[in-house]
Design a protein around this ligand. Sequence first.
Ligand code: SF4
Ligand code: SF4
Length: 73
Amino acid sequence: MVKLEIHPMLCKSCGYCVKFCPKSLLEIGTLRSPRGFLLPVMKDSASCIGCMTCAVACPEAAISITVGGEENG
Ligand code: SF4
Ligand code: SF4
């Protein structure tokens, strides 16, 4: 079980996570962060393989991924 969290105070809506997810699971959504940026959303969390590509690609370190209860990023 993979849990992905995007921290709204860090995300700047650059779209790198959307671009680099090998399974195209992320998209820029319609909800704005407190800082005014549109936040990415997970389209299909059940298909996430926990590869952490999105977390590594994020220049703001805004993505945390928890695999099996252990936080990795
Ligand atoms: S961990 Fe991998 S598969 Fe899951 S959303 Fe991020 S890039 Fe996509
Ligand atoms: S890569 Fe990081 S800063 Fe850019 S849209 Fe994704 S979560 Fe936001």
